[in-house]
Design a protein around this ligand. Structure first.
Ligand code: SIN
Length: 302
């Protein structure tokens, strides 16, 4: 009932793990797969090992979490060893892998993408991390840079390429237009929203990086509006992400135009099996309303 096909790739359900949560190791990805996810998205991986920002890198705030991890990862060569350890198990469980990658420019993105391609079903371009200077949103807030990165990756690999967009821009449609013109197969929206928290006793920002990206319940209406705008303007599949805790949240994203959703902070609130819970809640809704999954995608625009 929940099977979907995105750009020629079949998934058993449309409820995926978002990048950055539990994606550091192969065994963590496997744990999420066991929790019922249709696909798991890796931590954003770069060409070389990166220790990320100093601690504290994450703090719980009203409505979610603020994080500024700084894209920590072991580098693509070592990370691929992690994926290789669990790839057979993930295939056996029929769980897809989305490889999230980042780089400082088009050459670096293309090189990482080529190395990842063999082990993943979709490549997700992180051009949206709000707090890693020279990376992420530095690219994704600039239509020309976004275009050249997406174009280079599209040229380098055969698997579908999705661009993950930042909401921290004046006009998301302008950026999306650039990446769609570059030939991306789909869009992922949204990455975290820039924010800050101050420790009033210490009289300074809590995060070592001073500011970070807000995820969780508080950003769901922002994500819904971005997905709505993307669906109105583009004819490529959209993966919705931002504040999804329940089947009802996922359905809201789908009605705005998302073909699939990703869950990040929700794992903290509802456990590793949030994916199965959300799928069951979507199925109950579809039965109650006598609708199919396909019928609800973008239905709110009619
Ligand atoms: C991080 O690792 O810093 C988070 C990644 C992101 O926000 O894209």
């Amino acid at each position: 009932m929940l099977k979907i096909n995105l750009c020629g790739v079949d998934f058993k359900n449309p409820v995926f793990l978002a990048s950055g949560i539990m994606g550091e190791t192969g065994s963590a990805l496997k744990r999420i797969a066991k929790g019922g996810a249709g696909a798991v998205t890796t931590k954003s991986i770069g060409l070389k090992p990166n220790p990320g920002h100093r601690n504290p890198t994450i703090v719980e705030v009203e409505g979610g979490f603020l994080n500024a991890m700084g894209l920590p990862n072991p580098g693509v060569d070592e990370y691929l060893e992690e994926i290789k350890k669990v790839k057979d198990d993930l295939d056996w469980m029929n769980v897809g892998v989305i490889g999230s990658i980042y780089g400082k420019d088009e050459e670096e993105f293309a090189e990482v993408a080529k190395k990842m391609e063999k082990y993943v079903d979709i490549i997700e371009l992180n051009i949206s991390c709000p707090h890693a200077k020279g990376y992420g949103a530095t690219i994704g807030q600039n239509p020309e840079l976004s275009y050249s990165v997406c174009k280079a990756v599209k040229k380098a690999v055969k698997v579908p390429v999705f661009a993950k967009l930042t909401p921290n821009v004046t006009d998301i449609v302008e950026i999306a237009q650039a990446v769609v013109d570059a030939g991306v197969d789909g869009l992922v929206a949204i990455n975290t929203v820039r924010g800050m928290a101050i420790d009033i006793k210490a009289k300074k920002p809590i995060l070592a990086n001073k500011f970070g990206g807000l995820s969780g319940r508080a950003i769901k209406p922002i994500g819904i509006k971005v997905v709505w705008d993307l669906y109105e303007n583009f004819d490529v599949p959209i993966i919705g992400v931002g504040g999804i805790m329940t089947g009802e949240d996922a359905i809201e994203y789908m009605m705005a135009g998302a073909s699939a959703v990703q869950i990040g902070s929700g794992v903290y609130y509802r456990g590793y099996d949030i994916f199965k819970k959300v799928c069951d809640e979507i199925i109950s809704f579809l039965k109650e309303e006598d609708l199919t999954l396909e019928e609800i995608i973008g239905i709110a625009h009619e």
